[in-house]
Design a protein. Structure first.
Ligand code: FES
Length: 145
């Protein structure tokens, strides 16, 4: 059955922004979606606490690719602290919505951004509250289970 995707979702799926890899990235995050096995990897270049560049590779469905693309657009040029506040819900809203059965795909983007920031903090000895990166928290989740 064909999914009813918004024009923005189709646009970001067919023309994803910021695809690729950053050599010598300051933070790298890789996460897998436990529900389907899809994988997203995100690379951050950070200068003076600002995300000056971001790239991603997603091996996943159309929704995973579109949400990854939108997530990179939403955090590019922003302070690291703002990237940490990015929720899958905000990404879905920015895309004009996703079919309910695909909401779980958007969690990948949020988790990958957080994993990349955590990697950046770890590499630079920056202290943080481990609660922020609790595994499997799905803190902003959509109750899609
Ligand atoms: Fe796997 Fe969408 S079905 S992320």
């Amino acid at each position: 059955m064909a999914m009813n995707y918004s024009p923005l979702v189709m646009d970001h799926f067919q023309n994803p922004r910021n695809v690729g890899k950053i050599e010598n990235a300051d933070g790298v995050g890789e996460v897998g979606n436990a529900k389907c096995g899809d994988i997203m990897k995100i690379y951050l270049k950070i200068e003076n606490d600002i995300i000056v560049d971001v790239k991603f590779n997603t091996f996943g469905c159309a929704s995973a690719i579109a949400t990854s693309s939108m997530a990179t657009e939403l955090i590019k040029g922003k302070p690291v602290s703002e990237a940490l506040e990015l929720t899958n819900r905000a990404v879905v809203e920015a895309l004009g919505g996703l079919p309910a059965v695909k909401i779980h795909c958007s969690v990948l983007a949020e988790e990958a951004v957080k994993a990349a920031v955590k990697d950046y903090y770890d590499k630079n000895g920056i202290e943080y509250d481990p609660e922020m990166f609790k595994e499997g928290g799905c803190a902003h989740c959509c109750h899609c289970d």
